[in-house]
Design a protein around this ligand. Structure first.
Ligand code: LMR
Length: 401
């Protein structure tokens, strides 16, 4: 008896979470972690936001129960997040043609979606944006998909390659799955405008593709409803799609692992049937979701005062990130760092892509203790007045050479 041979050769560390492990082990005092997408405040702390603190206090008072949740999660949570995604007055909600399952984080939702599509469907190819979140290719290929990519950024790396993206989608085969970032594209912060979303919707209908919208940053871009612009481009009678949402970021509930997957079908019967298959994907994996994070989200969304507090908490996070973007661009320009930095100011969400080579990223880490992902994706929230000068000096040193 022995472990599988392949398991005896150490695997590469995770391209994002592995960096956090290296960062922790780094003994330099001026090190800066701009890798994993976790909000921190000006003191470098990931706070429990006030609305969550209050919801937890109320939940503790209620005592509740630690019994299992249903396979697809708490009904109150599912209804609340559906309203949040689509808007409470949306036809998608009122018609009953959407079905939601509560999942362990947005990643759990994506994996359930991928398993569901493989197990209940015939699709075997998924199209991902290039670049994309580094976990997307691994997650979909582990579920059994062949991974293809559609171009996303233009030559400058600062804007969208609309023609390239649409051209690739038009070359996809009917039934192929296409993953779209709903807002705050990870890693670039570059999002389609409404006209482009409509053209993406057209290409999807024309090619009969199956969209999976990764919507992990609702409220981090322009606002809760504004960030759902993609909906108008995609949602149309007959077009069926999946939406994976995360509450790690907008509720700062990272370690509670709370998210959801929602199926939008042509009618209520089709949605109910699809949900029954989704439940098999869940039951055969982790059985049913953890409760606490979902209970917090449900408590906040279903109480008017708490919800108002949460929207304020979310605005604080969004505005701090926007302020950091401006401070970063100003500092890069003032320091005379060669490059096109101004567009970063207008991009949205947690990340900015500096567009660095692997060697430059390694130098940032090894020589300056500045940890960034891939081609120079930085967590903009991780910048503070205290670390910005060091970060800019480090970028100048590696870019200038
Ligand atoms: C990120 O992209 O850094 C976040 O989504 C966290 C993660 O799980 O990778």
């Amino acid at each position: 008896m022995a472990l599988p041979v392949r398991s005896l050769t150490p695997a590469a560390p995770d391209p994002i979470l592995g960096l956090s492990e290296s960062f922790k082990a780094d003994t330099r005092t001026d090190k800066v972690n701009l890798s994993v997408g976790v909000y921190v405040d000006e003191t470098g702390v990931t706070p429990v936001i006030p609305s969550v603190l209050e919801a937890e206090r109320r939940l503790l008072e209620k005592a509740g129960s630690k019994g299992y949740l249903p396979i697809d999660g708490r009904p109150g949570f599912k209804a609340a997040v559906r309203d949040l995604i689509f808007g409470a007055d949306s036809e998608i909600v009122s018609s009953g043609r959407s079905a939601t399952a509560q999942t362990p984080g947005g990643t759990g939702g994506l994996r359930v979606a991928a398993d569901f599509l493989i197990q209940a469907g015939s699709a075997r190819t998924v199209w991902l944006s290039e670049p994309t979140w580094p976990n997307h290719p691994q997650l979909f290929s582990m579920a059994g998909f062949a991974v293809k990519s559609y171009p996303y950024l233009d030559e400058s790396g600062r804007g969208l390659n609309v023609e390239g993206m649409l051209g690739a989608l038009r070359s996809a085969a009917p039934g192929d799955v296409v993953v779209l970032h709903g807002s705050c594209h990870n890693p670039s912060g570059v999002d389609p405008d409404p006209k482009t979303w409509a053209a993406v919707g057209e290409a999807i209908v024309e090619r009969e593709l199956v969209p999976v919208v990764d919507f992990a940053y609702q409220g981090f871009g322009f606002g809760l409803r504004e960030d759902a612009d993609w909906l108008a481009g995609l949602a149309r009678p007959g077009l069926e799609f999946l939406v994976c949402t995360s509450y790690s970021k907008n509720f700062a509930l990272y370690n509670e692992r709370v998210g959801a997957v929602t199926i939008v079908a042509a009618d209520a019967n089709r949605a109910a049937s699809a949900l029954s298959h989704l439940k098999i994907a869940i039951r055969s994996n982790y059985s049913n979701p953890p409760a606490h994070g979902g209970d917090i989200v449900e408590t906040i969304l279903n109480d008017a005062a708490l919800r108002a507090q949460w929207e304020d908490d979310l605005a604080v996070m969004r505005n701090r990130i926007l302020g950091n973007r401006a401070a970063l661009v100003d500092a890069l320009v003032a320091a005379g760092v060669p490059g096109q930095w101004e567009p970063l100011r207008r991009q949205r969400g947690m990340f900015a892509l500096l567009g660095l080579s692997a060697a430059q990223v390694a130098r940032l880490r090894d020589e300056f203790g500045v940890y960034v992902v891939g081609r120079g994706r930085i967590n903009v929230a991780g910048l503070t007045a205290a670390n910005l000068p060091h970060v800019v000096a480090a970028v100048k040193a590696v870019v200038g050479s």
